[in-house]
Write a protein that binds this ligand. Structure first.
Ligand SMILES: [Cu+2]
Ligand SMILES: [Zn+2]
Length: 240
């Protein structure tokens, strides 16, 4: 899995149409293509200029790390909001390992990938009883206690009621929900949201320093403050 993620290649194309301000009212079409592969970026700037009815095309190539390319483009005057280093396409990845709690045998691997303001979580959980189990983010990355209670309650930075994710009556930022486990005892959960981030400044979104908890039971999405999901059977701190 990790081996293949290394080969993820990103292609971003920005097209900018600018009206030239010079006296001849010549029109410039500028297309900037940025390709990022294995951390290295190539920007190809194609400029089409009409001079006396004749189309003149110029191509310029810039290479380097994504950040270097963005700075060079900015220095050339090609500054576009989406290419601002703060909001540029950037992938953050974090892998954490679940440890059993409450004398259960439940383990697992959880990967978080943040891309374009969306965090995708993929969790593989092993050693569960068949049926429905709850998974939440709890407020502290402290899995030290045998019962998992050292992680505190549900992560709820917006002070809402516990509920199903996206519910109009409110939900915690940690209310991921339930997942199903077959007779083999293994479960898989995929989850995506733009309400999380991996290590950003916004404390309402930042999942770093919190914990993933797997429960013995099912979240009823009603009981306050935690959905009556039963014992905490596996825990992982969300830390870098
Ligand atoms: Cu929980
Ligand atoms: Zn909750």
């Amino acid at each position: 899995m990790m081996k293949y993620l290394k080969y993820i290649s990103l292609i971003i194309i920005f097209t900018v149409f600018l009206n030239c301000q010079d006296n001849n009212k010549n029109q410039n079409n500028i297309e900037i293509k940025i390709e990022t592969k294995n951390g290295f970026s190539t920007a190809i700037i194609t400029t089409n200029q009409k001079i006396n009815g004749e189309n003149i095309e110029k191509i310029k190539t810039i290479k380097g790390t994504k950040e270097e390319v963005i700075i060079k483009l900015k220095n050339l005057g090609y500054y576009i909001k989406e290419m601002d280093p703060k909001s540029t396409k950037k992938i953050k990845k974090l892998k954490i390992i679940l440890s059993p709690k409450n004398e259960a045998n439940t383990t697992g691997v959880i990967t978080f990938i943040e891309e374009n303001g969306v965090v995708n979580m993929s969790a593989d959980v092993f050693g569960l009883s068949s049926g429905i189990h709850a998974i939440h983010i709890h407020e502290k990355a402290d899995c030290s206690s045998d019962d998992g209670k050292s992680t505190g309650g549900h992560w709820n930075p917006t002070f809402e009621n516990h509920g199903a994710w996206g519910s109009n009556e409110g939900f915690h930022r940690g209310d991921i929900g339930n997942f199903e486990v077959n007779s083999d005892g293994n479960g898989k959960i995929e989850f995506s949201t733009n309400l999380w981030c991996i290590g950003c400044e916004d404390n309402n979104n930042n999942i770093i320093g919190k914990a993933i908890i797997i429960h013995q039971g099912e979240d009823d999405f009603k009981s306050q403050p935690s959905g009556a999901a039963g014992a905490r059977i596996s825990c992982a701190g969300i830390i870098k």
